[in-house]
Design a protein around this ligand. Sequence first.
Ligand code: UP5
Ligand code: MG
Length: 204
Amino acid sequence: FDHERVKVFFVLGGPGAGKGTQCANLVKDFGFCHLSAGDLLRAEQNREGSEFGDLIRKYIREGQIVPMEITIKLLENAMRRELTQPHDREGWEDGRGRFLIDGFPRKMDQALKFDEDVCLSTEVLFFTTTEDEMLKRLLERAKTSGREDDNEESIRKRFRVYKEQTMPVIEHYSKEGKVATIDATATIEQVHEKAKEIVTKILA
Ligand code: UP5
Ligand code: MG
């Protein structure tokens, strides 16, 4: 996809930082299409006839990164589907579109491959808070989420993978001047205001 027409915002931050929550708000403000890599993988895991179901389940429970070919294919297919259907949302005329790609890329190889083969990204929205806060949020969410990785053991593994594999991605984009860091410790509404301000400037 042509990055002049298709705006890709990567949304990164640790497990439970609030990526999904904030994406839902930004969709309402700016007409984004929100694609969560984790949600796409969970849907593929449960899709009847998927050859990857067992593999995805195993990786997610261990907090490991699913081989990038699978995730990138799911994202690319979802983007193509969106871009080829009619929209009356802001920013979506004549093959144009804007995406929030949530929870991706979380490993350097994915970042390079996506920028090269799918679409050059515009910006990284980086939501940051402490591990204690993220753990608290995830354990609370665990009561109702039904997610197989919302247990303390999987959460600890997700934290480790995030530090070892995803932080280098953020450093990489920082060097390119593409990272907007947002303190996600405040209330959902306060974090939203800050994110909205940043996105407004970038889209202007
Ligand atoms: N909450 C949110 N904001 C709050 C605030 N400001 N104050 C108080 N509470 C707040 O939020 C989490 C919880 O916190 C919610 O209950 C919310 O109400 C509350 P949420 O918005 O869901 O946080 P989010 O950052 O989206 O957390 P999530 O658990 O989804 O993050 P992960 O990055 O861990 O999960 P994801 O779904 O992206 O990935 C899951 C797994 O998929 C990965 O571990 C990996 O195994 C696999 N994966 C890949 O292999 N490749 C990929 O490219 C992507 C994923
Ligand atoms: Mg999420």
